[in-house]
Design a protein. Sequence first.
Lengths: 505, 472, 118
Amino acid sequence: MGFPLLTIALLAPIIGALILMFVPEDEHRTIKGISAFFTGISLILSLVAYFGYDFALGGYQFVEDLVWIKEIGVTYAMGVDGISLPMLLLTNLIGFSAVFASWNVNKRPKTFFVLLLLLIAGVMGTFISRDLFIFFLFYEVVVIPLYIMVVIWGSTKRVTKEYAGMKLTIYLLIGSAFLLVGVIALYLNAFPVGERTFLIEKLAQAQMSDSFQIFAFLLLLIGFGSLLSMFPFHSWSPDGYAGAPTAVSMIHAGVLKKIGGYGLIRIGLLVLPVGAKFWAPVIAVLAVCNVAYAAMIALAQKDLKYVVGYSSVSHMGYVLIGFAALNVIGINGAIANMFAHGVMSALFFAMIGFVYEKTHTRWIPDMGGLAHQMPRAAIGLMMAGMASLGLPGLVSFIPEFTIFIGAFKVYPVLATICISAIIITALYTLRALANVLFGPRRPEFDQYQDAKGPELVPLVVLGSVLVLAGFFPSLLMDMVNSGVEPMLKPLMDTLNSAPAIGGGF
Amino acid sequence: MNFSLLSSEMLAAGLGTGLLILGLIAPKTENRRGFGYITAFGLLAVLVATFFQYGINQSTFHELWIVDDYSVFMKQVFIVAAILVVLSAVDFVETLPRFRGEFFALIVYALLGMMVMASANDLITIYVGLELMTITFFVLVAYQLGDGRSSEAGIKYLILGSVSSAVLLYGMSILYGLTGTTTIPEMLTKLTWSPILVVAIVMLIGGFGFKISLVPFHMWSPDIYEGAPTPITAFLAVASKAAGFAVMVRVFLLGLPLEGAVDWMLLISLLAGITMVIGNVVAIPQTNIKRMLAYSSVAQAGYMIAGLMSMDAPGVKGILFYSMIYVVANVGAFTVATLVRRALDTDTIADYAGLGQRQPLLASTLTICLLSLAGIPPLSGFVGKFYIFQAVMDKGILWPAFVGFVMSMISVYYYLNVALYMWRDDPKDDRPVPVPGPAKLVIVLSLVVTVVLGVYPGPLGELATMAAKSLF
Amino acid sequence: MLKEYLAISMFFIVALLIPVAVIFISRLVAPKKTTPEKEEVYECGVDTVGDTWIRFKTSYFLYALVFVVFDVETVFLYPWAVQFQQLGTFAFVEMFIFIAILVVGFWYAWKEGALEWK
């Protein structure tokens, strides 16, 4: 075993959190500095992993294996491939930015940053573990810090922060209960006693009956679907984001949700291909509901965070329909779009958080002309907004395009509806931005200063990724493709021959 | 007659009697703080002694008494619970007006009763152990002299406990009447279907169900948990319940045949499902932390008894593992409740406001312990639930897993409610919440063990597997 | 099997019938002349004084408890004493431990004042 790069990246925030516990409560600068330092380590390591990934070799790299619970076949198995690397990078990009986006948190900052670092570590762990058990452990680690952060530092607008936090938590946990039953059923069915293992690649080789795969996939779909805010399990998402503090919204919309999509692909598709094929048409229909329904609701929102919240539900619909296409192009697009949406929604929330911190309002009719006073924040909001409506040259154009190509082959009608929903997306994004940023200068906002110093970090980091990945899509797409193609190729026969529900409509 | 099989019980009996004598010799004016430490060290010695009993697997006194790995593991669960409770009670005992030394002696005697229950291979021996434990608890529950609620709880427990013991004894006597034996393995071969056996089994479930507070025999627990002194509540909630499980598993799995006799599994699984649901749902509106923990412990009993449904070693292993982590997490939570009550004189959840700023250690421990009870990964409660429901699912029975996991996620609602007050709100006043040394040890221990066993359950899991296999 | 129980159940039925019959017959036959004296609650032939629902001194219970403990001790001591020759040293030591435990209890009760009438 070589240099345990992934473990160090994973442990860095945890060590940071432990150190923070011994820092005095009123040393605000030290606390934030330490958090930035340790998330920075993780970011650098994940960049090293991303650019050090050997395409020629393919498969899992930076692998670490350690028998963990021998009795039930749990392995501390880490490793990244073309699917998990973009997610790992995304996590650390957003984690690092989230620390800076919370630079002005002065209410009990110690607790805040300890929880934030734990949250980042938890999300990171799910993306790099190759063992289902460890995956699940990390998956639920995130829920509790999330809840505590929402109820302490959240904001009460349309719904109270307690309501928002609890709704978010209970949705995720009930979803995870179904997921857990599915995971255990999978584990028990795959191999007889004595050979049982939680390693995902081993589980993928197991022979499981079609009916079992269909049943287990449904459980996973409920679990991961509620995390991904799949219609009709989406209603936690806008309320949750609106109640949450900036950093939590960023991490939640940016990466945490993506665990749902990642899990569907990594576990659902890879281990239960027959089940995936069976339920794919249902997913596609629900995806269209996500895209169109959420976009239309977003149109009617007056709270800026609700607009972005519903927009993120709508964007997850694209990911789902890309997944439901079950071909290389579609899945490529789904993963790339998760990355793209992560960067863009994190930037969006960071900027909204910044504006809200200054003006203490997110109510669109109360705002206007902010570009006069806060040009830098306005740039950030514009970039995120443009990426959201899929402007070519920014990160999300190519992924969305790829998704449509992939999905069109399989579901022509549904894909067309999705494509036309982009018009609504453009409508609500532009309308919201125009009302907030442009228009006559409002004197009551003159007292507020533009972003400066550490406040600029999220804008710079996420903005440059937004542009870079937009201009050089191959940076992202090659990586994703190198993970998806070898994984999906051997499954193609199974996928083509397996039946779909209702004959695939 | 192999007296060496009784060694750990003899040690415990010696310890208890020694404490009593010490209390007679020691001058009355002296405070009894040292007694707590002596008890803790003595119990530690007993715990070490039990490790030498692994692998013996023998019975003696005409099969009345059995020392197998299962009983040894269970005894260790009780002893660990007793040590933690004793340490957490050292400072509580100083506030008692009288009978301070006897407090520890009584805990040791209750422990002795539990140890007898774990090793009993015969209905009468079970009953003797059960009564030793229960009668000691009658005294302990009413220990707070002059406190009306404590006395009320004591009387309630006395009446209800006696009734349940009577019901249990009646069930046992019917079993004796049917088979002509009281030895558990012998019963297995002699029982056949008869209507009177149904009555016997219902009575057994009623009697044991009272001890482990299975719905619908759980009504006593909130009242008595609320009234009893908090360390005793902890001991009652963890150890006496674990002892009930220890006996129940042995009697039902080894003594009552399913084939050709009465299908007790139907009743047990029904009660398990109801217990999981009722315990969690009724816990939601509670405003008193001890009542909340009481209902939560009802729900925990539901999870544990579900492990019986697999009828094999993995299921029993789940029960064993779960009882150990349940002990640690619950004692941690109750110790925090003890300290908060001592400092702020309240058990109301709303008064925990701002504990996160007053005493971050207490607040973190309570949060972690409660979440472990809720079964959130990576805490040990999750692993315990995983072991139990995995074993049941392996038998092709899916519904307990669904009910169990969904209800445990619902339980997060009321557990997080406590966390909400502790972390969100600011303290109402600036009274300090002191954490004395021994209690701090208990708190740190329960915090560390809960997290470590969740992340790395391997060794304890293997020990539990070994213990469970010795039954079959 | 059932026949053996038949005799017992007959016994029970007869046993139940006799007292019922006696009470019933005495009701029929007895003359009914009530006086205040007859209406009194019967208590050892002495007139009751004050309320019957009073609290007793707990010392009664303590005495009773200590008495029961040593009463039970004799239950074990008699057979042991009769068979003492056959049982040997082992039983002697065992009984010694048994008595020692009881003595500790007695000592405790004494020291805590259970035997003083306060």
